[in-house]
Design a protein around this ligand. Structure first.
Ligand SMILES: C[S@@+](CC[C@H](N)C(=O)[O-])C[C@H]1O[C@@H](n2cnc3c(N)ncnc32)[C@H](O)[C@@H]1O
Length: 343
């Protein structure tokens, strides 16, 4: 009996490439089939239901209301993150990016021996993850060939990010592209609109032509931090991540998790009390917007448990190592990773 969970974990770690080959894994295979149907049915049926916090709404309505939330919070977003998390979001984001080690090349320190690495930061908002990628790759790994595309559905969030990026070193600004796109359909993208603070950063060497969508097999590293729970159709977004990544490319997600299995006494109770009482109140006092922060708390509560989300990543076709995720601060947040198999 004791070996069963371990065996299940081991199977899970290679489940993506095995699912279609191993007849004993029909359950996993049918999960993956249902998963793909969930992603594509929605394209045929925009009235499909999903959740907006605790409310049941259509996917189209969720997208509209999420846009309203982030347009409303864009200006106060960075300050609120510090207040709501006691600054922990910075620690989690630092750890997330360090764990991915962007720009690292086993070929050594000479930049001329490396091919350009392309990182796509989805739901990148005001740039916290993209800026960390650039700094880590260009400064710590001394790899200026790394380029980062910061993509978000919401131009208001990107616009704040664009303004913030102006304090980055010029070489890092030149390696950054801002793109408006829905993570659930990356075949249609557009550059951050010209009505925002400054012009859009694009260069002739950009691996993603800014208006033509993101090509299949073009991205080395796909990251999404605190974004995916806001998507209307998560399976569709995971399949898009799989499509745009090169074989061997990495999907990495930083998202809130569940704390009830942490084994840390009172953590779950305290965390829930803080989330549901304090965060909407701080939102009201600091940002003048209680409803948006009530939604953020509810969306965290509704997001799947870590093991369930790991299964969704595997169902999208990613190979998942070990148990598939790393809990941060007792599971308040978690990092999930998957690799697009080489063949
Ligand atoms: C909580 S913010 C996270 C921003 C940033 N990644 C960070 O960690 O600070 C969530 C972001 O997800 C974006 N978003 C929501 N739905 C999206 C979608 N379908 N496609 C792309 N971005 C989306 C929102 O516009 C918002 O900027």
């Amino acid at each position: 009996m004791a070996a069963r969970p371990a065996a299940r974990r081991a199977l899970r770690s290679v489940s993506a490439p095995l699912q279609s080959r191993n007849p004993k894994m029909t359950r996993s295979f049918s999960h993956a089939t249902q998963f793909r149907a969930a992603a594509t049915d929605s394209a045929r049926d925009p009235s499909r239901k999903t959740h907006f916090g605790y409310e049941t709404v259509t996917e189209a309505e969720k997208q509209e209301r999420v846009a309203g939330v982030f347009t409303s919070v864009a200006e106060s977003y960075d300050r609120m993150n510090d207040l709501m998390s006691f600054g922990w979001h910075r620690v989690w984001k630092d750890h997330f990016v360090s764990s991915l080690n962007p720009g690292f090349s086993p070929l050594g320190a000479d930049a001329s021996t490396r091919g350009p690495q392309h990182i796509l930061d989805i739901a990148g908002g005001t740039g916290d993850i993209a800026f960390r990628h650039l700094r880590h790759a260009h400064v710590l790994n001394n790899n200026p060939s790394v380029r980062v595309t910061i993509s978000d559905i919401n131009p208001a969030m990107l616009s704040v990010g664009k303004q913030r990026s102006e304090t980055l070193p010029a070489s890092q600004q030149a390696a950054l592209t801002f793109l408006e796109a829905n993570a659930e359909d990356l075949t249609r993208t557009k550059p951050l609109s010209q009505t925002t603070t400054t012009t859009t950063t694009t260069t002739g060497t950009d691996p993603i032509p800014p208006t033509s969508g993101i090509p299949s097999n073009s991205v080395d590293l796909y990251t999404v931090a605190f974004g995916i729970r806001n998507f209307s159709n998560i399976p569709a977004a995971l399949l898009e991540a799989h499509r745009v990544l090169k074989p061997g490319g990495v999907f990495a997600c930083l998202e809130f998790g569940k704390t009830d299995a942490s084994g840390i006494p009172l953590l779950d109770t305290l965390y829930r009390r803080w989330s549901f009482s304090a965060i909407p109140l701080i939102g009201q006092l600091v940002a003048g917007d209680r409803d948006s922060y009530q939604y953020l708390v509810e969306s965290i509560d509704r997001f799947p448990r870590q093991d369930r989300f790991r299964d969704m990543i595997a169902d999208a076709g990613f190979a998942v190592a070990g148990r598939g995720w790393e809990d941060l601060t007792g599971g308040v947040a978690a990092i999930h990773k998957g690799m697009k198999p080489l063949a």
